[in-house]
Design a protein around this ligand. Structure first.
Ligand SMILES: Cc1ncc(COP(=O)(O)O)c(C=O)c1O
Length: 431
């Protein structure tokens, strides 16, 4: 790969060589999935002849190393796992630099809201940090019940139950409610946690195209509200309010506490019977520690603010719509975005998306890339998380910088398409 100072855009390559590298990258990822399956199905050899397994030999490790090596060769800094030195909202601090931040779940700016902080402090004083046991045995605290009642009331359904993360909520609820004789029909881009739950349940699954729910109303009975609570609907009550649907027509409402309610945890809301089943038999609830009281209290306080101040939802919507409008005017590809809390800017090439993120960071804006294998190669993007606290100036500046920097990278043909593939393949095989 070219390291001659002109960057990866400087050398030409044949399309077959490029495909070769892409295939190699894809295969490393796909083979890790196959390998995991094979490992779980493989019969164990007799102990005497068993070879010592080394993590270094796993394809997953090799993939990480290959990516690291390729980034070093190309001189591209790793945009992931950068530590923030403050609570990240509309702005953040990384390496001592104050940045405009478009990478936070704190959609309504509640993470440092005085009322939420006061409730958290008071709860820590009384209950410490941990629930110290599964709720079923000795982990139940009054604040769990308070939060669950608030969520159920907010949704207008009978009951709710909270889990220790949004991810776990999907895994535990889906694997508890579905079984090998069931069919799950889902959006092709369903969140990984729901996919894990379906796989664990043993149910058969069928996909439909992203957001194309024509004729599926009769089978779509579970709604993941991770990015809808506090975001859509006039009062931020989510998709039921947005579409004017009776919330009781949906069997299962699922959401996370880590986004709008600026805490950590997840919930299922619906009928008394649904909640009773999960509380009695969902493994991730019964056999896991109760949600930390401080997190339950913070989420409850955030819900109170959200219910009282719908203007926060309106501000978020204004900001999302402004970002989308400006991005479109600047010629950026925003895909299918409707301009709510997350606006993607499609870049295409994974390397170009990573470099765009790095270039924006250097210019004072933090926005993270989503690259292969999280999305298919060719669909890499930057994902901008909008909050109600972003100012118009921050949004305008960010869109302008993004358009400028992307134009520059495109003109330089920066990315996989511009790699000196011969050199990279040689370097890879020499390792
Ligand atoms: C659609 C969806 N479901 C579930 C989750 C998992 O939630 P959490 O991060 O709170 O565990 C996420 C997280 O981003 C999500 O986007």
């Amino acid at each position: 790969m070219s390291t001659n100072g002109n960057g990866p855009g400087s050398s030409k390559m044949t399309s077959s060589l490029k495909e070769n590298l892409l295939d190699r990258m894809r295969n490393t990822h796909q083979s890790s999935e196959r390998n995991r399956m094979a490992r779980s199905e493989r019969e164990m050899p007799p102990p005497a002849r068993r070879q010592q397994a080394r993590f270094e030999d796993l394809p997953e490790y090799k993939q990480v190393q290959t990516q690291k090596f390729a980034s070093e060769q190309l001189g591209i800094a790793n945009p992931f796992y950068r530590a923030h030195q403050t609570a990240a909202g509309a702005t953040t601090v990384i390496d001592g630099r104050k940045l405009i931040n478009f990478a936070s779940y704190d959609y309504l700016g509640l993470n440092r809201h005085p009322e939420v902080l006061a409730r958290a402090k008071e709860t820590v004083e009384t209950f410490g940090i941990s629930a110290s046991a599964s709720r079923l045995v000795a982990g139940e605290r009054p604040v769990h019940v308070e939060l669950e009642e608030k969520i159920a009331r907010f949704y207008g359904v009978d009951a709710a139950v909270c889990f220790v993360s949004g991810y776990l909520t999907n895994v535990a609820a889906i694997s508890c409610l579905m079984g090998p004789k069931d069919l799950v029909v889902h959006d092709e881009f369903i969140h990984n946690s729901a996919l894990a739950g379906i796989k664990l349940s043993g149910a058969t699954r069928r996909l439909f195209k992203h957001n194309d729910a024509n004729d599926l109303e009769h089978v779509l009975r579970t709604v993941d509200e991770a990015h809808s609570l506090g975001v859509v609907g006039k009062h931020g009550r989510g998709l039921a309010e947005h579409f004017g649907v009776d919330p009781n027509e949906i069997d299962i409402w699922m959401g996370t506490l880590s986004k709008t309610t600026s805490s950590c945890g997840g919930y299922i809301a619906g009928s008394e019977a649904l909640v009773a089943v999960l509380k009695a038999s969902a493994g991730g609830f019964v056999y896991s520690v109760g949600l930390a009281p401080v997190l339950a209290a913070s989420a409850a306080a955030s819900l109170d603010v959200l219910a009282r101040e719908p203007s926060r939802t309106a501000a978020l919507r204004r900001n999302g719509a402004l970002f989308l409008k400006l991005a479109k005017e600047a010629g950026l590809d925003t895909g299918l975005s409707s301009g709510f809390s997350v606006v993607p800017v499609l870049v295409g090439d994974s390397l170009r998306a990573v470099q765009l993120s790095n270039d924006l960071l250097a210019a004072g804006v933090n926005a993270l890339p989503i690259i292969h294998p999280a999305v298919p190669e060719g669909l890499a993007r930057l994902r901008f998380f909008i909050t109600s606290d972003h100012t118009e100036e921050q949004i305008r500046k960010t869109v302008t910088l993004t358009a400028e920097r992307l134009k520059d990278l495109t003109e330089r043909n920066f990315g996989l398409g511009g790699i000196d593939i011969d050199q990279m393949m040689k370097a890879l095989s020499a390792r």
